[in-house]
Design a protein around this ligand. Structure first.
Ligand SMILES: Nc1ncnc2c1ncn2[C@@H]1O[C@H](COP(=O)(O)OP(=O)(O)OP(=O)(O)O)[C@@H](O)[C@H]1O
Ligand SMILES: [Mg+2]
Length: 541
């Protein structure tokens, strides 16, 4: 295409090439200086003010709440006018999409008759860090441009209006999220996001959670009190957070309880995989990037890291892990290199998160960042945890998830079979008191399968399973008793053998003594015999 005899295509290409070369070869600090003077010059002729809202604040530690709120507001106003939008989320339940303004897009908005312009920008700078995968450092921001004569209106009224509307839109469109932490070596690749997420859409709730009614109601009340307790926590001078420790055998509903809690409060879940966190500082960074109104979960905390072991080894004066590593490093230079790369003795990336790091994560100075957070630990073996980790104040409520009781069974029967009562309930109640069966097993038996005739056959299946479980428990008890008896018999046999051996020894000793005495006697007799002969041979005086 030609305009005034100039080929626009080639001119544009030449300009872009020139700009790229300028960026590539012109020293960065000089270009910044040039930019600064250009802006000063422009201010003389350009009667507009600009307000920038960057995505990250605090030296990239936290994502700005204002940025997120403005993003929501702009998504709502730009969906009708902007030319380039990106899909943020698809709502599964009503098939609608949530749109967001794309990078470098502009929209205008009118407030009390004043026109303001919003633009989204992204600056990309090469990463300063040395890495096998050099990643670009992307910084996004929204810029608000308005004529300087409306400065007062924008700063005092419009921005507050945008933030208020944005928050309302966010709570209307709120799709809850289930987060998991990225391995730290991916952090730079994912443009500094430490958490990945999917839409959180788990149907478990307190209505479907089978457990003793009193305990369940107590937990619900506690959660409500927590979520409404902002002023209370401020007054008593504690960060607005609460810790729950869920413990009990596998299949008793610990994970289901976590989901029920999040659904009850309408919170997001951050599922923290502790083994991929390299050290305490990374743990802190992860915590800072969690948002408020969230449940931070560490499942199976007893298996996550050898937290208790680290302390025991330190206090008992036994050889510590660090000592082991130091010795290995002396012998093997490769071990030193592995350590430098954050890898363990086995060659895999090993976590150096310590008990104290975890304790700080729960209730140190940094734990107050954000507020309104629930921390949940789950474990199968509460006794193997360090007492400091689960003391009251850190884990405020200890909840035992135990085997299925009759109340829990009735809830499962209502949910799974739509049954309020049945003549078989009495028999099941007795069997549940006599045996230990997890709610997971009870639920499995109550599930209608294609070949089942109806609810009654499910109840009979459950009775059968309970009877089998009861027999197995009794057999196990007998076996345990049997092995106790076997051990006692073995001990007795050993004692008898010992006694026999002692008697033999005694007998042998006495035979030896008799033989010795005999030989002594013989010697004496011989001596006496010799003396008699001497006396007879001697001449009479
Ligand atoms: N108390 C319960 N109420 C309702 N359903 C339950 C309950 N406990 C277990 N279930 C059922 O059993 C399944 C497994 O339960 P869940 O994963 O919550 O157990 P868990 O205690 O977390 O086990 P683990 O210790 O092995 O992680 C769930 O999908 C749920 O359907
Ligand atoms: Mg679980």
């Amino acid at each position: 295409m030609e305009l005034f005899g100039i080929n626009i295509g080639s001119t544009m290409a030449a300009l872009m090439l020139g700009w790229t070369m300028f960026q590539q070869f012109f020293p960065y600090h000089l270009s910044r200086l040039l930019e600064l003077y250009a802006l000063k010059m422009a201010a003389f002729f350009y009667p507009y003010i600009q307000i920038t809202f960057p995505e990250f604040t605090g030296d990239r530690l936290t994502r700005s709440e204002a940025y997120i709120t403005i993003q929501n507001y702009l998504a709502a106003i730009s969906s009708a006018t902007a030319r380039r939008l990106k899909v943020d989320f698809v709502k599964e339940n009503n098939d609608s999409v949530l749109l967001a303004m794309d990078d470098y897009e502009e929209v205008t908005n009118v407030f009390h008759g004043v026109k303001v312009k919003w633009s989204s920008t992204k600056t990309v700078r090469p990463s300063q860090s040395v890495s096998f995968y050099p990643a670009a450092d992307e910084r996004r921001s929204f810029t608000l441009t308005v004529h300087s004569r409306h400065r007062e209106l924008v700063t005092s009224g419009y921005i507050a209006h945008v933030l208020k509307e944005g928050k309302a839109i966010a709570s209307r469109n709120r799709l809850r999220k289930l987060y998991t932490n990225n391995s730290s070596c991916e952090w730079s690749l994912c443009n500094a996001t430490k958490w990945s997420h999917v839409a959180f859409d788990h149907p478990a709730s307190f209505d479907t959670l089978a457990m003793a009614t009193g305990l369940k109601e107590g937990i619900k009340k506690d959660l409500v009190k927590f979520s409404q307790g902002k002023d209370y926590y401020n007054r008593i001078g504690k960060p607005w957070k609460r810790g729950y420790l869920l413990y009990g055998p596998p299949g008793t509903g610990k994970s289901t309880m976590i989901v029920a809690m999040a659904n009850f409060l309408n919170y997001d879940i951050y599922d923290l995989e502790l083994t991929t966190v390299r050290d305490n500082s990374e743990l802190r960074k992860l915590l800072i990037e969690t948002t408020s109104k969230s449940v931070i979960v560490i499942e199976d905390i007893d298996c996550s890291l050898d937290l208790t072991g680290q302390r025991k080894k330190g206090t008992n004066g036994e050889k510590s892990k660090q000592e082991d590593e130091a010795n290995a490093e002396e012998k093997d230079p490769l071990a030193r290199i592995r350590k430098g790369m954050g890898m363990g003795m086995t060659g895999t990336r090993e976590s150096k998160v310590t008990l104290s790091g975890l304790l700080n994560f729960i209730d140190g100075i940094w734990s107050a960042c954000g507020g309104e957070r629930i921390i949940v630990f789950s474990t199968n073996y509460i006794d193997s945890l360090d007492p400091a980790l689960i003391r009251r104040g850190r884990m405020d409520m200890h909840i035992e998830m135990s085997y299925c009781c009759f109340q829990a069974f009735k809830l499962l029967a209502r949910n799974y079979l739509n049954l309020e009562s049945h003549e078989l309930f009495g028999e099941i109640e007795v069997l549940l008191e006599e045996t230990k069966m997890t709610p997971a097993d009870v639920a499995e038996n109550l599930m209608l399968k294609s070949d089942d005739k109806g609810p009654e056959s499910c109840l009979r299946n459950l009775i059968e399973a309970l009877e089998v479980a009861k027999l197995e428990e009794e057999a196990a008890k007998l076996k345990a008793k049997n092995s106790d008896l076997e051990q006692m018999v073995a001990k007795l046999e050993e004692a008898v053998k010992l006694e026999e051996a002692t008697a033999k020894l005694k007998a042998m000793k006495s035979e030896e003594n008799v033989a010795k005495l005999d030989s002594k006697l013989q010697v004496k007799e011989e001596e006496m015999g010799e003396d008699g002969e001497k006396c007879a041979a001697a001449p009479a005086p």
